[in-house]
Structures are given as C-alpha cells and as structure tokens.
Design a binder for this molecule. Structure first.
Ligand SMILES: [Zn+2]
Length: 237
C-alpha cells in the first residue's frame, strides 16, 4: 500500500499542476479590464469632442450675429451723420436704434469671448483625451498579443503533462484507490492526498490521532483524515 500511496502522491502533483495551468488559461480574459478602461475613455473622449464641435458652431453663429449687428449699426450711424434732412423724430429713432444695437453688441461680445475660451479649452481637453484613448488602444493590443503567447505556452505545458499523467495513473494498480482519489478530488476541488505534517493533516491542519499515524506508518490500508476526508500519507512520501 505504501508504494501505491507514494505513486498516488506523485499523480496528485501532476494533477495539481494541470489544475493550476487550466485556471491560468481560464484567467486569460482578453485584457478585459483594459478593454473596459479603453471603452470608458473612448466614451468620454467622444462626448468631449462632440461638445467641442457644438460649442464651435455656437461661436460661429454668434460671430455671424455680431457681424450683422455691426453692419446694422454702421448703416444707422451712416444715415444719422449723412447730413440728410430728417425730422427730430427720425433722429431720435435712429439714436435709439444705435444705442440698442450697441447694447446688443456688448452682450454678444461677452458671449463670444466666453465661447471662444470654451472652444479653446475643449479643443485641448479633446486632444489629450484622444491621446489617452490611443494609448489605451495600444495597451489593449499589446496585452492581447501577450495573452495569446502565454496561452500557447500554457497549452504546450498541458500537452507535455498529459502523457506524464497517463503513466503516473497507470502506476496505480489499486483501482479502488484511484476511484477514491478522484471522488475526494471532486469534493475538495484540489488535493485528495494530504501528508501528515507535525501530526496534522496537511490539507486541513487538524491533528491526526497517533493511532491513525501508526496505521499509515504500517501501511496496511488506506487511512483518511477524520476531519476533511483526504487520504493520508507520511511526510516523507
Ligand atoms: Zn484533513
């Protein structure tokens, strides 16, 4: 039995390694976190770019409006100072119109100035956000390429382990032992064989009785940890 348990422990080493490699492959998620980061940055950048365009349109509209008012005012002033004979009512009407246009002009001037500043700051913001998006794009590409290499490497390792595992399993002629091993492995999700380390089960760290330890030492049958159910072997194995 001792020899069989030793072989089983060797088999478990390979199985744990295979499990580790499989979960490493499963954890390769196509740079998900980076892709999420990129998507968020792209969304932000698109929104900023859109508001840059919208603000620029507003600015152009206001500038055009300003030009129109300017022309109107010049026209009215020209009329007023042309020396053409006008009634007092006409003069006061024109003066009133000119002052009204001046007020409008002042208001628009301020608005245009504010819009101009907004356009410039949005242009800068949009530029730096676009650069960030491109950086993240590059990072995603690199991470995915790296993952592909890593995946191939892990799959090669698995391929190499498969025949090793097969011959290690063939070493165990006690098929009952192998069946027990598989069913405990399913239950624990990891190791099915535990060494006795300092009178404790290596799997669950609960003390193993002296009686059990002696039985394991004598190697007459299979001994299980009373707490976790793992098959017990000696530390030296
Ligand atoms: Zn245990």
């Amino acid at each position: 039995m001792k020899q069989q348990l030793k072989a089983l422990f060797e088999l478990q080493k390979l199985d744990l390694e295979i499990t580790r490699i499989n979960s490493a492959i499963a954890s390769l998620d196509g740079a998900l976190a980076l892709r999420k980061q990129h998507a968020a940055a792209k969304k932000r950048s698109d929104a900023t770019h859109q508001s840059f365009i919208d603000t620029e349109i507003q600015l152009k509209d206001r500038e055009l409006e300003l030009k129109t008012i300017d022309a109107k005012r010049a026209d009215s002033e020209k009329k007023l100072y042309s020396g053409a004979i006008m009634s007092a009512k006409e003069v006061s009407g024109l003066e009133h119109q000119i002052s009204h246009l001046k007020n409008q002009q002042n208001e628009l001037d301020e608005l245009v100035l504010g819009l101009y500043e907004s356009v410039e700051s949005l242009r800068e913001q949009s530029k730096s956000e676009q650069i960030r998006v491109e950086e993240l794009e590059q990072q995603v590409r690199e991470a995915i390429a790296k993952e592909a290499i890593e995946k191939k490497r892990l799959q090669r390792e698995l391929q190499q382990l498969a025949p090793q595992r097969e011959s290690a399993a063939a070493e165990i002629r006690d098929k009952h032992l192998l069946t027990r091993y598989e069913s405990i492995r399913k239950k624990t999700g990891g190791a099915a064989v535990a060494r006795i380390m300092e009178h404790k089960c290596e799997g669950c760290h609960v003390a193993v009785t002296a009686f059990t330890i002696r039985n394991v030492f004598e190697g007459s049958g299979i001994e299980y940890c009373e707490n976790c159910g793992r098959i017990l072997v000696l530390e030296t194995e």
